[in-house]
Design a binder for this molecule. Sequence first.
Ligand code: FOL
Length: 178
Amino acid sequence: MKKRKIDTRTITLMSLLIALMVVFTRFISFETQFLRISFTFIPESLMGILFGPFWTGIGSAVADTVGMLLFPKGPYFPGFTLNAFISGAIYGFFYYKKELTWKRVVMATLSVTLIIHMFLTPLWLGLMYGVDIANLAWWAPRIVKNIIFFPIQVVATYYLGNKIPYKQFLSKSLTNLK
Ligand code: FOL
C-alpha cells in the first residue's frame, strides 16, 4: 500500500479544520459548568472523512489543547483532551474511505454519544468538580441534550458527508480528469 505523503495541502486543510474546531468549541457553543452544546462534530467529522482515525484523533486533541491555551474557560483538564482524541478517532474509524450511509453515521454518533458524552465526560466532570454523579437530577440536562442532539448530528453529518464534493480537494488525479 502506498503511504500518503503529508504535503502542503494536507497541512493546510488540517490547520483550517483545527481552527474551525477551536471556533466551534470556544465561540459558537453554549456552555455551563457541566454541559456544553457545540457543533464541533462538523469539522471533526470532515477531518475523519478526509484523514482517518489517527490524524483526526491528533487534530482534535491539538484543537482542544490550543483552544484551552488561547481561550481558557475554566481549568484545563487532560481528560477532555483524551475525549477529543477518542472522538476524533471514532469519526475517522467510521468515515474514512467509507460510504457515509445512515447506518454508519448512526453507529459513529451513537458510539461518541455513549462513550464520550454519557460516560467519560460525566466521569471527568465528577472528578474535576467533585460532584456526585449518582445524583439523577445532575444527569437530566445531559440526557435531554443528548436525546435532542442525536438526530440533529446524524442528519447534519449525513448531508455534509454526502452533498459536499470535498474529496476533489484531495485527489489531484480526479480534478485532472475533468
Ligand atoms: N479541559 C480541556 N482540556 N478542554 C476543555 O474543553 C475543558 N473545558 C472545561 C474544563 N476543562 C477543560 C469546561 N467545562 C463539557 C462541559 C463543561 C466543560 C467541558 C465539557 C461537556 O459537556 N462536554 C460534552 C460535549 C462537548 C461538545 O458537544 O462539544 C462532552 O461530552 O465532552
